[in-house]
Design a protein around this ligand. Structure first.
Ligand SMILES: [Zn+2]
Length: 118
């Protein structure tokens, strides 16, 4: 970044927040292929999601357009994870995620700097 670059960009003042946390890459990886395929196939971006519904001990949202489901975290009040039509798949994904989170928390000390995010 040079000074000239900064001057030019000052017109469009957009700040990109890159570091949202550990959550993002995990969600992206899971959503990635399947999610993009769904968008391509159905032309639905799942913008209109229902209010969270409770089922099988979890909360999830349903797309009002195509009926796909997504997990919803009541504590942080935001949806997360992949989009799936099958609730059982979501449950399995969530279970896997929790186990993964626990195992990574146990060895927090050996955290290597990951610059994979492009
Ligand atoms: Zn949808």
């Amino acid at each position: 970044m040079t000074k000239e670059d900064k001057l030019q960009k000052s017109g469009s003042d957009r700040k990109k927040r890159r570091k949202i946390g550990w959550f993002w890459p995990l969600g992206l990886a899971a959503t990635g292929v399947a999610g993009l395929a769904l968008i391509a196939l159905r032309g639905c971006w799942h913008r209109r999601m229902s209010w969270p519904v409770r089922a099988q001990g979890r909360s999830y949202q349903v797309c009002l357009d195509c009926g796909i489901k997504r997990l919803f975290d009541e504590k942080s009040f935001c949806s997360y994870g992949p989009y799936r039509y099958d609730l059982n798949e979501l449950a399995a994904w969530d279970r896997e995620r929790r186990e993964h989170a626990r195992s990574t928390a146990e060895r927090r000390s050996s955290q290597s700097a990951g610059s994979r995010l492009g």
